[in-house]
Design a protein around this ligand. Structure first.
Ligand code: HEC
Length: 264
């Protein structure tokens, strides 16, 4: 049979359709995600890519921004003080940071809850006792838990950075609701969070100038780490697995040649 005739045979067409169907199924999630995405300005992140790692100095600055600015409204529910050792604080520093917080403990022998200084084994306490109190203090809107926010939003760190730097004057004729703020990247452009950052909101211990983009970058890096503390390990293991596969492929190829040599 001539090759061009073979393509037209029903048997062959069946394979072609099967291949097309399979690739559509495999590609669909990628295409849907691409269509969903808000166009966000892309930032450079040290933790991106296969060889990406966290920049500890940036994470520590980001923790400072979280602590001094964002923690007034947002909890990081999954973070424990002892976790801060992973971003380069030593044992005494972790103890001192924890001791700087008051945490609720108890009940004591009289059945009362009481306040005591934090310990490394405590979770970082949030700003409000419950969601109702959080809403009441924020014009009815709930400041979301930040421990997973970077993972929970399409665009991840680029989205969080864009929100923090996306406050603008509302365009002419845009109807703003009472107590809301215009933000270019928030769905619907009206956000209950007032612009949290302004130049020099914090003073960085390492002398880095505390501009809005710098603080937004650092706090977003910190929140990315909070959402995915094991990224560095994952990259290290992934790299080792790839190296192993390359070496194993070489060994198998050599073995195959050796085994088949008498037959050729
Ligand atoms: C005065 C309280 C307040 C402060 C301070 C604050 N936020 Fe918020 N934030 C809110 C509220 C309220 C919302 C919910 C907004 C809404 O739903 O309209 C919010 C929402 C967000 C969102 C989510 C948007 C979404 O997609 O749901 C992000 C991200 C965020 N804040 C990050 C931060 C960061 C980072 C800081 C510190 C630099 C910070 N916020 C400081 C009150 C605050």
């Amino acid at each position: 049979m001539a090759p061009e005739r073979r393509w037209r045979s029903p048997e062959m067409l069946k394979h072609v359709f099967a291949a097309m169907a399979l690739s559509t199924v495999l590609l669909a999630p990628v295409l849907v995600r691409a269509a969903d995405e808000i166009p966000l300005p892309r930032q450079e992140w040290s933790f991106e890519g296969v060889f990406g790692t966290y920049d500890l100095a940036s994470l520590q600055r980001g923790f400072q921004v979280y602590k001094e600015v964002c923690s007034v409204c947002h909890p990081v529910k999954h973070l424990y003080f002892r976790n801060l050792a992973e971003i380069g604080y030593n044992e005494d520093e972790v103890k001192a940071i924890a001791a700087g917080y008051q945490v609720t403990d108890g009940p004591n022998d009289e059945g009362q809850m009481y306040q005591r200084p934090g310990r490394p084994s405590d979770p970082v306490p949030g700003p409000f006792p419950n969601d109702q109190a959080a809403r009441a203090a924020n014009n009815g809107a709930l400041p979301p838990d930040q421990s997973l926010i970077v993972k929970a939003r399409p665009g991840g760190p680029n989205y969080v950075y864009a929100i923090l730097t996306g406050y603008k004057e509302a365009p002419e004729g845009f109807k703003m609701l009472e107590g809301m703020n215009y933000n270019e990247f928030f769905a619907g452009h009206q956000i209950a969070m007032p612009p949290p950052l302004s130049d020099n909101s914090v003073t960085f211990a390492d002398g880095t100038p505390a501009t809005v983009p710098q603080m937004a970058h650092d706090v977003t890096s910190f929140l990315t780490w909070a959402a995915e503390p094991n990224l560095d390990d994952r990259h290290r293991i992934g790299f080792k697995v790839i190296m192993f596969l390359i070496v194993a492929a070489g060994v198998f190829y050599a073995a195959k040649r050796k085994i088949w040599a008498p037959i050729h």
